[in-house]
Write a protein that binds this ligand. Structure first.
Ligand code: ATP
Ligand code: MG
Length: 140
């Protein structure tokens, strides 16, 4: 497997509980490297654009409200098969279904306030990285 990149967000429930370092340590311990990182407050327009694939879902408005409710940390992660590796360390969307030791099982509050986002494919990783980062802001 080649070294590839994925996109991660440390969500508002985690920044609120001062877990930025803890989440990042779990990513690093899993073998991922943070090659870009920025703490931002997402605008409503950014959150709606980022989650546009979910616009017809019943939880869309709540999700946008949650993602804009506090600071988030957007990150580019690099590692062997980074998309799959990050999804493994994140755990299932619903923390009740996530494996012990995963970020969501250990840290998440609920299916919505689930502490982290991770891209679900290489194609989406490239789109999501470009949504928040210029190429020169990523230093591998
Ligand atoms: P993410 O895209 O954030 O990495 P995911 O790919 O595991 O998570 P998606 O199905 O893409 O999950 O859902 C995006 C986000 O929407 C979830 O992470 C969660 O915050 C929220 N969400 C998903 N399903 C629900 C639900 N049934 N109720 C409330 N919020 C939900
Ligand atoms: Mg998703």
């Amino acid at each position: 497997m080649a070294v590839t990149r994925t996109f991660s967000i440390i969500k508002p429930d985690a920044t609120r509980r001062n877990l930025t370092g803890k989440v990042t340590a779990m990513l690093e311990e899993a073998g991922l490297r943070v090659v870009a990182s920025r703490r931002i407050r997402m605008t409503k327009e950014q959150a709606e654009g980022f989650y546009a694939v979910h616009k017809e879902r019943p939880f869309f408005n709540d999700l946008v409200a949650f993602m804009t409710s506090g600071p988030v940390v957007v990150q580019v992660l690099e590692g062997e098969d980074a998309v799959a590796l990050n999804r493994r360390v994140m755990g299932a969307t619903n923390p009740e279904n996530a494996e012990p030791g995963t970020i969501r099982r250990e840290l998440a509050e609920s299916i919505e306030a689930n502490s982290v986002h991770g891209s679900d494919s290489a194609e989406n990783a490239a789109i999501e990285i470009a949504f928040f980062f210029k190429p020169e802001d990523i230093v591998g």
